[in-house]
Design a protein around this ligand. Sequence first.
Ligand SMILES: [Zn+2]
Length: 124
Amino acid sequence: MSDWHGISPSPYSTGLAGRCPRCGEGQLFDGFLKVRPRCSACGLDFKFADSADGPAVFIMLIAGFVVLGLALYVEIAYEPPIWLHLVMWLPLAVIVCLALLRPMKGLAVALQYANKAEEGRLKK
Ligand SMILES: [Zn+2]
């Protein structure tokens, strides 16, 4: 349709920032990871937002890859004792996961919104 740009702002910028995918103003989250029932700015219903465990799988893969890579590097470069590995990497893995969880979930919700918004339109 003529207002194709109705689905801007970009799902990437709104999703990663945890904002409403339609208006980019309202907050998507209520608390750390709970999705609000609707946008406080434009009233968009967030019921469609069911990202399930999709983002968590990505995050574990990314975090696992990053932490494992760092651990291997440190092992080769410094050969620290095993307890030092555990003390360093376990908290880091948790921090990396938590840091990624919210933006990734926001992104998943925003992309879901963008895809559904497209389905309702005429083909490009
Ligand atoms: Zn909104």
